[in-house]
Design a protein around this ligand. Structure first.
Ligand code: UD1
Ligand code: CA
Length: 472
């Protein structure tokens, strides 16, 4: 039978040092929330080790909001939300976990992880797990060596076992120790339940320290990791920035290893939910969000922002374009400086040029809208060419109306169509027209004031430096 494990995610802290109102677990980080990262790492670890898992997220500060978010986001996980009423320390938080999380006391193991360590992965958790088992310890802490140990609990090793001394309580000798406690632990449940009973608050902070459960001459151990990176804690805006930096590099490197050509790893932001095929090229300054997918051969020039959009193979998105909930089919080109708003669907081989905005519109293949236009609530047939400065007047102040243009039509520059409007196939609309009547297929349509020419009359209107010199 699979081992039963309880995951205690400590998330009750106030997060004062962040300086924002948002509860710390819910602070946005690369398109997700801070708490998502440790939760996901723990879940992946349990799947990998085939463990029977139960989550208990210890909440306190803004508990309703944290709970509401997590319940919605993780419907498929079994999560309880034990409440720690007062923040009296990490041992007190774990007691709250055992009291408020159903089934927690009857698990075989308990993993304790903080909500504010987003860089931990299943790999560190698996190392802890394997070491606990192979060494036959009942408790294990993850530690690392650092040249800046300030603020961390120091690991004081003994011949057998070890203790952890918090910064506040450490003497000069202890403060010099550079092996520190990461705050990530794995326990045999029956041992931790027993050891928690004897934790008191006899220390400088007057808190119940979870670190006090580690003792000399006990079956406990600390696994010292080579890199401190995975254990970065987010307690301040600077550390949040550090976490973004690390995550971004890690994500970009993974894509690069699979054959995605990211030209500048440090200046490209790709959220963990984005999927990219090998053979896509991404220039610096791009920000790819949410459920975006990018296919092979696609080429994103600098500064593109792409949210929840699908970019098919061999698409070229030119510099500084902004796409949201849009679908771009193979071999199409977009931009520079184009905006595709939600509901835009481009067929293959379309050409959308500079300063063109498209919203909720479906374009069949080979449609060209190359300059300075607004197209909203429209259906445009294949091979339609739309000149410069075209506008769908789709909104009457109350409702949005639809524009339909049949295939192979040619719409001259500076045309406005007043929707609802239906333009047939192979229609020619002359430049400068305002179209408010439907046009049948193969018709020509023109609507503009007749041009007037009055010989020699310009002198009446040209003044100042434009005045026409009478002598000439
Ligand atoms: C803790 C460790 C320290 C370690 C460091 C690593 C203790 C006593 N010290 O210190 O040895 O080096 O982490 O980052 O454990 N929390 C609660 N309820 C509480 C207090 C804390 O839920 O009453 C939660 C916080 O939200 C946070 C986590 O526990 O997620 C750690 O608490 P924090 O106050 O940040 O501990 P540190 O001082 O960093
Ligand atoms: Ca901390």
């Amino acid at each position: 039978m699979a081992d039963k494990i309880g995951i205690a995610v400590l998330a009750a802290g106030l997060g004062k040092r962040m300086g924002v109102d948002t509860a710390k677990p819910l602070i946005p980080l690369m398109g997700r929330r801070l708490v998502d990262y440790s939760l996901q790492a723990a879940n992946e670890f349990c799947v990998e080790q085939s463990l029977d898992v139960k989550f208990g997220i210890v909440v306190g500060h803004q508990k309703e909001k944290v709970e509401e978010y997590l319940k919605e986001e993780y419907k498929n996980l079994s999560i309880d939300f034990p409440v720690q009423k007062e923040q009296k320390g990490t041992a007190d938080a774990l007691r709250a976990y055992f009291e408020g999380c159903s089934g927690a006391t009857s698990t075989d193991y308990t993993l304790v992880i903080c909500a504010d360590t987003p860089l931990i992965t299943k790999s560190e958790l698996s190392s802890l797990w394997e070491t606990l088992k192979s060494e036959n310890w009942n408790s294990i802490a993850a530690s690392f060596k650092t040249n800046k140990p300030t603020g961390y609990g120091r690991i004081i090793r003994a011949d057998k076992g070890f203790t952890i001394v918090e910064e506040k309580d450490a003497n000069e000798e202890e403060r010099k120790v550079n092996e520190v406690n990461s705050g990530l632990y794995l326990f045999e449940t029956k041992t931790i339940l027993n050891n928690l009973k004897s934790v008191d608050s006899n220390n400088k902070a007057g808190e119940f320290y979870l670190t006090d459960v580690f003792q000399k001459d006990a079956e406990v151990g600390a696994l010292c990791f080579e890199s401190e990176r995975p254990f970065l804690g987010v307690n301040s805006p600077v550390q949040l920035g550090d976490a973004v930096h690390e995550l971004k590099l890690r994500i970009n490197e993974e894509h690069q290893n699979r054959g995605v050509l990211i030209l500048e790893r440090a200046h490209t932001y790709i959220e963990p939910t984005v999927k990219i095929e090998p053979g896509a090229t991404i220039f610096p300054g791009c920000y790819l969000h949410g459920k975006t997918t990018i296919s092979t051969g696609a080429h994103l020039e600098p500064g593109c922002v792409i949210k929840d959009s699908h970019i098919a193979s061999d698409v070229l998105i030119k510099a500084y374009s902004y796409l949201e909930k849009a679908k771009v089919s193979s071999a199409s080109q977009v931009g520079p400086y184009a905006r595709l708003r939600p509901g835009t669907e481009l067929g293959e081989n379309c050409k959308i040029g500079n300063f063109v905005e498209i919203k909720k519109a479906k374009l069949d293949e080979s449609v060209s809208i190359s300059h300075l236009s607004y197209v909203g609530d429209a259906e445009i047939g294949e091979n339609v060419n739309i000149g410069c400065g075209f506008i769908t007047c789709n909104y009457d102040g109350e409702a949005k109306h639809k524009t339909v243009i049949g295939k192979n039509s040619f719409i001259g520059s500076d045309t406005q169509v007043i929707a609802p409007i239906n333009i047939g196939e192979s229609v020619f609309v002359a430049s400068g027209s305002t179209i408010n009547q439907d046009i049948p297929s193969e018709a020509f349509s023109l609507s503009r004031g007749r041009q007037v020419i009055k010989e020699k009359l310009a002198s009446r209107f040209l003044k100042g430096k434009w005045a026409i010199n009478k002598k000439n």
